[in-house]
Design a protein around this ligand. Structure first.
Ligand SMILES: Nc1ncnc2c1ncn2[C@@H]1O[C@H](COP(=O)(O)OP(=O)(O)OP(=O)(O)O)[C@@H](O)[C@H]1O
Ligand SMILES: O=C(O)c1ccc[n+]([C@@H]2O[C@H](COP(=O)([O-])O)[C@@H](O)[C@H]2O)c1
Length: 222
């Protein structure tokens, strides 16, 4: 998006509240998530980005995820220092599988008609959107912003199957970090300092998340 396009977009809808929505399993949240949200907030002049940890991420059912409360608390810890970042329990408090169409409907109902929603998602998730429940309704509820992600090539051609104008691609500083790699590093007793905020390293150790493969001893990394 060019500066001119951004200025035009804002001028077209003056006075409206611009809410970014960063959905994710966040098991654990890492700096890739935070940089993506920060970049989209700056480029799209967002007033706020609400992080929404998934309740039951149905497409990850086969691998299992940490307790929702642990993922929620890690998200609160990681976002606490940014006054524009907030966290919503809307997905973890809704029973059953988590569908973004419900997330967006609930946020629209809670925030009222003067709010525009911008759903932030990585390149890997953009490719999957048409597999999501109620995909045909998603694009009427929010504008989608697909951020680049190392190892996931994405071009405008990858959006050809989506409704025209419904998704904007945004290049963000490349951080080759994934939650999977963070979990694997903890399980292998390797450091995750600087891949995740310091408070997340400490929370994982305190709660004994992702226990090491080689013993049942407490997570004693330092
Ligand atoms: N390093 C990154 N750069 C850009 N986007 C990212 C990055 N990591 C995750 N995302 C995006 O953030 C959103 C939430 O991601 P999620 O919580 O599933 O993290 P993940 O690192 O992809 O997890 P996992 O490795 O467990 O699948 C998704 O839209 C994902 O594409
Ligand atoms: O709505 C769906 O069916 C759907 C299916 C898979 C993922 N999502 C959403 O996409 C976001 C990223 O998901 P994930 O699994 O990559 O952490 C998160 O907000 C999920 O709720 C949504």
């Amino acid at each position: 998006m060019t500066k001119t396009e951004l200025a035009l977009a804002r001028a077209a809808r003056p006075g409206r509240y611009r809410l970014g929505v960063m959905g994710g399993t966040f098991d654990p949240i890492h700096h890739g998530h935070l940089v993506a949200a920060s970049e989209v907030a700056a480029k799209f002049a967002l007033d706020e980005v609400v992080f929404v940890p998934t309740g039951v991420p149905w497409q990850k059912r086969d691998r299992g995820v940490s307790a929702a409360e642990d993922r929620y608390l890690m998200t609160v810890i990681a976002t606490a220092s940014n006054p524009r970042f907030t966290v919503s329990r809307v997905d973890i408090d809704r029973p059953g599988d988590t569908f973004t169409v419900d997330t967006l409907r609930d946020l629209r109902a809670a925030r009222g008609p003067d709010t525009d929603l911008f759903f932030i998602t990585g390149a890997d998730a953009v490719r999957q959107i048409l597999t999501w429940r109620g995909a045909e309704d998603l694009f009427g509820l929010a504008h989608f912003v697909g951020v680049t992600r190392p190892g996931v090539p994405m071009t405008a051609d990858d959006l050809a199957h989506l409704p025209p104008g419904s998704v904007t691609l945004l290049e963000v500083p490349a951080l080759a970090i994934s939650s999977t790699a963070c979990r694997d590093r903890v399980m292998a007793r390797q450091p995750i300092w600087y891949l995740v905020p310091d408070g997340i390293v400490q929370y994982i150790a305190k709660r004994g998340l992702y226990p090491p493969y080689d013993s049942k001893a407490p997570n004693d990394r330092s």
